[in-house]
Write a protein that binds this ligand. Structure first.
Ligand code: SAM
Length: 300
């Protein structure tokens, strides 16, 4: 018997009816019902001979395409009502494992090691629940997994923020946190009309490709990320005001920051959003080097 693709509007309707499924808005459940879009998502990177992690398979619309293209697929689904649905819809595919777990609580390294039959290049492809896009991204990136590519559907506004360049409204500490490790580009825009139910916002597919080494050389990762967050803490203020806001306003801190800015040739009157990632790295490294001179600054 041949089946229509899970994502076709009529098959989706049939599946939902058969299982009496009702959408939970609180879990970001907007299902894709346009097979062409799913094919395009599965084609952004070559999945052949790869292990793929999916987050939030829903009724399996995207999972089906991943199963057809990749060696093995591991999907995390939080909603236990969807587990029997997925057992049903994905029964033709033997290379899929569905785990009924909140991906944010999962020990990714452990699940990956015990699920995939053999190590292969690891990729993530997902239509994420929009209410927790950034926490999920950070959870994936901060895990010790070596993820080569991520192809992720998210709110267009978040995709723009992640892939933004300096001096634009969208550029911020999230752009830097991700671009430090990954090349980021918007692969394509997805109209609201291909979802059931339709979301209120525009969507985009973001492609992140792991860099061979981080974009900039940084002496202390933690200090660098603290500085990049500080640079954007109060958006309309100068870099100088933001630095004082985060590091403190004592005379010794002011002296330390002044010296670091001078040595890095960065004008304190500039706004944080005009600094390139290279300039943030230069300033952070100088601050770290000068920190040694001042014991009282060991916390900074
Ligand atoms: N992949 C399907 C598609 O493209 O049609 C569904 C995508 S829907 C936007 C997001 C899915 O993520 C839902 O199935 C939802 O239940 C699931 N989800 C929400 N929060 C989750 C979490 N913390 N961990 C795992 N899955 C989650």
């Amino acid at each position: 018997m041949t089946y229509k693709e899970i994502a076709s509007p009529s098959r989706t309707r049939e599946i939902l009816q058969k299982h009496g499924f009702t959408f939970k808005k609180s879990l970001g459940q907007n299902f894709l019902t346009e097979p062409n879009i799913l094919r395009n998502i599965a084609d952004v990177v070559d999945l052949k001979n790869s292990n793929v992690i999916e987050i939030g398979p829903g009724i399996g619309a995207l999972t089906e395409h991943l199963a057809k293209n990749a060696a093995e697929v591991l999907a995390f689904e939080i909603d236990s009502r969807l587990i029997p649905v997925l057992q049903d819809t994905l029964s033709p595919y033997e290379n899929v494992t569905v785990v009924n777990q909140d991906v944010l609580k999962a020990n990714l390294t452990e699940v990956v090691a015990t699920t995939f039959g053999q190590p292969r290049p690891l990729k993530v492809v997902a239509n994420l629940p929009y209410y927790i896009t950034s926490p999920i991204l950070m959870h994936l990136i901060e895990s010790s997994l070596e993820i080569q590519d991520l192809v992720i559907m998210m709110q267009k506004e978040v995709a723009d923020r992640i892939s933004a360049v300096p001096s634009t409204k969208a550029y911020g500490s999230l752009s830097i946190a991700i671009q430090y490790f990954y090349e980021a580009r918007v692969a394509f825009i997805v109209p609201k009309t291909v979802f059931t139910p339709q979301p209120n916002v525009e969507s985009a597919i973001l492609h992140l490709h792991k860099r061979e080494k981080p974009l900039v050389d940084v002496l202390d990762d933690e200090a660098f990320f603290k500085l990049t967050r500080a640079g954007f803490v109060l958006r309309r203020k100068t870099l100088w005001n933001n630095l004082l806001h985060v590091y403190g306003k004592t005379e010794s801190i002011k002296a330390w920051l002044t010296e670091a800015l001078e040595k890095s040739e960065i004008d304190p009157k500039r706004r944080g959003e005009t600094l390139s990632i290279e300039e943030f790295a230069k300033l952070s490294n100088t601050m770290v080097e000068l920190r040694g001179k001042h014991e009282f600054l060991s916390e900074a």
